[in-house]
Design a binder for this molecule. Structure first.
Ligand code: BG6
Length: 609
């Protein structure tokens, strides 16, 4: 979704806003703008397209000031253009607003304001906020914002400035995230942690229905009624280096190569090889409650949904707990049945995806326990859940998720083993065997990454294709979905992931010399079945690439090309089969010159429905 940045202090504000917006650009990148205040003038600069365009325009025509706000947009209402870019102004040109979210009743408000002679210049929902604040403005931006936000229906994170109130930014939120960064004689506002890491690690998260008046030497919190609220800062462990490319061509490639360490960080301190025990006290849900769990519902979107499917495989196989995986955007409108022994598990790297948050909130109304698997500390979803199992992947900047996918699978593997243990489903021998294998996964991924060049050469052969089919069975079916999703997301090649057995009931009609198929075929309980699907394709002159175990001789003459991976436990094969598919998609997109880190029409976390 959109990204908002704000600063009040004594430094030159332009570099702070521009660098901040660059760190938020993965949230939306179809237009951008800033408003700078110095003395009694508001200077606004907006562009259609990327922050780079804004930076160039500021190089040609400088702006200076010490406080202001900035915005990078993912359009919902009003096409991407300079005039629809934020910030937006009121009639008097003295109040300026940036907004992340959707105002559902903006047309009604607009009609009323038009009847009151307000002049609108854009198609956006956001502009009504500027005029609403203008309507209530009486020498206090804070109370005008308080009155305005009470009329808004929908979700919004807004920041506003007025040229009549020096060194003051008023920010308020219902839904999308807002973080306050505390400095020394300066303070920051941002939609997430990444831009703030360069300035401070002392952070305060705004809750829904809260607002803040931010000045260089103070931040005052209150609710929308004006009742003041005490809030304490948190120290964030992420470092600024984590949000830099560190020599890689793209963040996505860097994040793919970070996966061995990400898995080590996500499992470390949580397993004991000696006892085979998993330590998950941090989730804060007593074992007695977990023992009574008779069903699990995993709620997610996008890549997190695919991780949930792998989790289902692990939990049902090891612990025997029936597990459903649901698309959050569908689930929130289904008449779902949950009881107090159903564990709801929202999986979300950002912890901010609106569909997942809303579906999760409505699911826990049935007073069942809940456990969030998130990558961002203190995100909205993690703050609502009873317990949180954090993945330690560090900030993920590439819009297409990679390292957080593997970290989610690692967290779900720990959960599956934990559930199996507390149900006495695993013999100590099997337990330790699984632990040992899980610990070897990072090293085996390093072996695959050492063969990245070979995968690049294979990818080169497919850069001009326009269609691709991905097939997998059992634990590999979610990886077929994920492989296809990665190719779609970043190369814009139409790709479909399908269960291998389902192919003959439809997609087989697509098979011809122009439709290559990627099969994920580690040696497991469905290996032979997958082989017969391959021969169904070969019979129809289809081209088949296979991701298979390196010791698999049988596959060599059954397919056109093999991408070998180290051997592992069948349940852990998703960790190893995913990496070549990430690299395959990455190299095709990169060779095609696509904007790999910021693919068209996508955003890192979608905070509106
Ligand atoms: C999409 C991202 O917007 O949201 C995907 O582009 C991601 O990469 C999906 O998988 C879900 O996001 P999250 O943060 O809930 O895991």
């Amino acid at each position: 979704m959109c990204g908002i940045i704000g600063y009040v202090g004594n430094q030159d504000i332009v570099p702070i806003l521009i660098e901040g917006l660059k760190k938020l650009e993965y949230r939306g990148y179809d237009s951008a703008g800033i408003a700078i205040l110095n003395g009694d003038d508001i200077q606004i600069r907006r562009v259609e397209g990327k922050i780079k365009g804004l930076e160039d325009s500021l190089r040609d025509e400088k702006l200076t000031g010490t406080y202001g706000i900035g915005h990078t947009r993912w359009a919902t209402h009003g096409r991407p253009s300079e005039e629809n870019a934020h910030p937006h102004r009121d009639c008097t040109q003295s109040i300026v607003v940036v907004h992340n979210g959707i105002i559902e009743n903006y047309l009604e408000i607009k009609k009323t304001l038009k009847d009151e002679e307000h002049k609108f210049v854009t198609e956006t929902d956001t502009e009504v906020i500027a005029h609403l604040i203008e309507k209530y403005y009486n020498n206090s931006l804070e109370s005008a914002v308080q009155k305005a936000v009470k009329e808004l229906v929908g979700n919004f994170a807004i920041s506003a400035v007025s040229k009549n109130e020096k060194d003051t930014i008023v920010t308020a939120k219902v839904g999308p995230p807002t973080v306050i960064g505390l400095g020394d004689g300066e303070n920051f506002i941002s939609s997430d942690l990444n831009p703030l890491l360069f300035h401070t690690q002392e952070i305060i998260f705004l809750e829904d229905g809260e607002m803040a008046v931010v000045k260089p030497d103070s931040v005052r919190f209150s609710d929308f009624e004006g009742n003041s609220i005490e809030k304490t800062a948190e120290h964030i462990s992420w470092s600024p280096l984590m949000v830099e490319k560190q020599g890689y061509k793209h963040f996505m490639l860097k994040e793919i190569f970070e996966q061995p360490q990400v898995i080590r960080d996500t499992i470390s301190g949580r397993i004991s090889l000696d006892t085979g025990k998993v330590f998950l006290e941090e989730i804060g849900i007593p074992e007695s409650t977990l023992k009574k769990i008779n069903r699990i519902v995993i709620i997610a979107c996008g890549t997190s949904y695919n991780a949930g499917l792998v989790g289902k495989c692990m939990i049902e196989t090891l612990a025997g707990v029936p597990t459903d995986v649901v698309y959050a955007s569908e689930y929130r409108y289904e008449d779902f049945i949950l009881d107090k022994h159903t564990l709801a598990i929202p999986v979300s790297q950002s912890g901010e995806t609106a569909d997942t948050l809303a579906a999760f909130k409505s699911s826990i109304e049935k007073s069942n326990p809940s456990l969030a698997i998130c990558n961002v500390q203190n995100s909205s979803i993690s703050r609502v859940a009873d317990g949180v199992l954090l993945t330690h992947a560090g900030p993920e900047i590439g819009v297409a998720a990679t390292k957080t996918f593997l970290a989610q699978m690692a967290a779900l593997a720990l959960l599956a083993i934990h559930f199996a243990n507390i149900r006495g489903k695993l013999s100590p021998k099997d337990n330790i065997l699984l632990m040992k294998e899980l610990q070897l996964i990072p090293h085996k991924i390093e072996e695959i990454l050492m063969r990245a060049k070979e995968i690049e050469e294979i990818a080169q052969l497919f850069v001009s294709h326009s269609h691709f089919l991905y097939l997998g069975r059992w634990a590999s079916f979610p990886i077929a979905l994920e492989g296809a999703l990665k190719l779609k997301e970043i190369s814009y090649i139409h790709a479909e992931g399908y269960p291998g057995g389902e192919m003959k009931h439809g997609p087989i009609a697509l098979i011809d010399e122009k439709m290559p198929t990627m099969v994920i075929i580690p040696k497991d309980r469905v290996y032979d079945k997958m082989l017969s699907n391959i021969s169904e394709i070969k019979t129809r002159v289809g081209y088949v690439l296979a991701v298979a175990f390196e010791d698999d001789q049988e596959i060599l003459d059954k397919v056109d090309k093999v991408i070998p991976i180290p051997v592992t436990h069948p349940l852990f094969s998703p960790f190893l089969t995913t990496v070549p598919l990430q690299l395959f998609a990455y190299y095709i997109a990169s060779i095609r010159g696509a904007d790999v880190d910021q693919p068209r029409n996508l955003a890192k976390s979608v905070t509106v429905e």
